[in-house]
Design a protein around this ligand. Structure first.
Ligand code: PGA
Length: 235
């Protein structure tokens, strides 16, 4: 819940002027999707929504549907961000329904998983991640999905997972996917999120199973976001 009309325009114009060799998706609040769609039209930046409802349409006051998001130019939708899970009570079942609704409209879900500090401290990380992904891996076409590993304790806190901590979980996620579909496991993009910034991005991207980042705070400054993009090692 950041940004406004003028700030979005300035941020996007600055971002559009900076070079990048990687896939970039920007996910503004839903009320600004159409504004940002227009600003990035003709560029290689793609549009994502932060959330959608899982119903197709109807009496769901305040919500937006996957069809509405697609209608204004969205290609990606974040599903199950930890703030949605923790603050709005979205559990695995809702996240799965949302994922299915997003896929049905031809959009790509960015499905977020992550453990709390207490879960990490009691060595529960892998079990929690596996539980968050179990149904998804069984029910959804794995070649049309991105997964974001976002340890809850690292989001917006300035406390980033070490590259090794993050990579261990990414490896675990890839193994969970591989148990269902080996080819999809090689291709699936697993993003790390949680206090990624211009200073720590290169270390994270250097790890074999980290394919990209889901950036919150640092994406609000075009130069920081661009430095993160430039820190990637592969085309
Ligand atoms: P952060 O946010 O980069 O500010 O930690 C990440 C997120 O909200 O997913």
């Amino acid at each position: 819940m950041n940004g406004n009309w003028v700030e979005n325009r300035d941020l996007m114009l600055e971002l559009l002027a900076l070079p990048s060799h990687v896939d970039r998706v920007v996910c503004p609040p839903s009320v600004y999707l159409a504004q940002v769609a227009e600003l990035i039209s003709g560029s290689d930046i793609q549009l994502g929504a932060q959330d959608v409802d899982w119903h197709e349409a109807g009496a769901f006051t305040g919500e937006i549907s996957a069809a509405m998001a697609a209608d204004v130019g969205v290609s990606y939708v974040i599903v199950g961000h930890s703030e949605r899970r923790a603050l709005y009570g979205e559990g695995n079942e809702v996240c799965l329904r949302k994922t299915e609704a997003v896929l049905k409209k031809g959009l790509i879900p960015i499905f977020c998983v992550g453990e709390t500090k207490a879960e990490r401290d009691s060595d529960e990380t892998n079990r929690v991640i596996a539980a968050q992904l179990a149904e998804l891996i069984e029910m959804v076409p794995l070649d049309r999905l991105m997964i974001a590993y976002e340890p809850v304790w690292a989001i917006g806190t300035g406390e980033v997972a070490t590259p090794q901590q993050a990579d261990n979980v990414h490896k675990h996620i890839r193994q969970l996917v591989a148990a269902k579909d080996k080819d999809a496991a090689e291709r699936i993009q697993i993003l790390y999120g949680g206090s990624v910034n211009a200073g720590n991005a290169a270390g994270l991207f250097a790890m074999p199973d980290i394919d990209g980042a889901l950036v919150g705070g640092a994406s609000l400054k075009a130069k920081d976001f661009s430095s993160i993009c430039c820190a990637t090692t592969e085309e």
